[in-house]
Design a protein around this ligand. Sequence first.
Ligand code: PLP
Length: 387
Amino acid sequence: MSAEAPLALDRVHVMQPWLGEEEVAAVAEVLRSGWVAQGPRVAAFEAAFARDQRVPHARAVSSCTAALHLALLVAGVRPGDDVVVPSFSFVATANAAVHAAARPVFADVDPATGNLTAATVERALTPRTRAVVLVDQGGVPADLAEVRALCDPRGIVVVEDAACAAGSTYRGAPVGAGADVSAWSFHPRKVLTTGEGGMLTTPHEGWAVRAGRLREHAMSVSAAERHTSVLAPPEEYGEVGFNYRMTDLQAAVGLVQLGRLPEAVRRRRELAARYAAGLADVPGLRAVADPAYGTSNFQSYWVEVQPAYPLDREGLMAALAGAGISARRGIMAIHRQPAYADAGVRPGSLPVTERLTDRTVILPLFHELTTAQQDRVLDVLVRAGRH
Ligand SMILES: *Cc1c(COP(=O)(O)O)cnc(C)c1O
């Protein structure tokens, strides 16, 4: 290593899960119990998650993608239906519609929040629209009420993709609490992690029961029920299901992580407020912020690099990299991916999505980020802004 590269010794990562000895102990306990697949820990995690998110029913699954797929199925999406989704999202949002044999129809997003709005959804509706997947992008809550006001009278179900949003709030309640069905992710990139994992929440008992069956090969009697009965009842398979189960090992981690969620969100919001204060006087950098109607968990803290800033997005990323700081290009535009080349998006029809995806940078923000590390990031942003 050259003598001129001292910063390489303490690189600032862009994200890092917050895991500790409590999670280790919880996993060890499950291993010793002898029951490692979906069982009592999954049931306990579902109950605790439902209580904290203020939703009547929760079913744990293997990923948010699985939860979105099941959400669309229980919401009644049929092959050939249209499902409105943002292009400004992780690719799984659109993939879930394809998994349900539906056609994703891409809608543009609000420039401030990066989320769908009633106006952008309305422009994407077709006679075959059966559902809208409303994403709380990066943890910023979407305006569910206005989208539901558009969709409810038309019989269109709003599925909330709350993958990023555990700990975010909407009009004083946890996000997802007002949706017909919501999907959550526990991938290590999210604020609450189980390694891999997801959750489906819904106020509709019938939807929860069906999702719970579909995740387990659509078996009429769960594996846990069969195991605990001496004379196992015969099971039946009423439809074609999936193996989307979460394991008790994951759920044990999830229970610990759920208990830490308020503290995790408090710290992220504190770091986000420090970024906002440090960037307030830098022309040409617009930072993500809470909308008027809710609060973000700041899972992703992004800035939009506008023309008034001396560097463009790539230039700013290079400056950060030169200072040993990892940043990421902002949220992707799904319609630009080769997998969606045939999706029929007219060039220029998603201008806000294209602008945000080309100009945003995700800055380091994670629980154990120190204020000294954060000041290094701010120093690069502020100094580069002066030239
Ligand atoms: C992460 C993410 C997903 C996918 O979550 P998995 O648990 O990895 O399947 C879906 N939608 C959005 C908006 C995401 O950020």
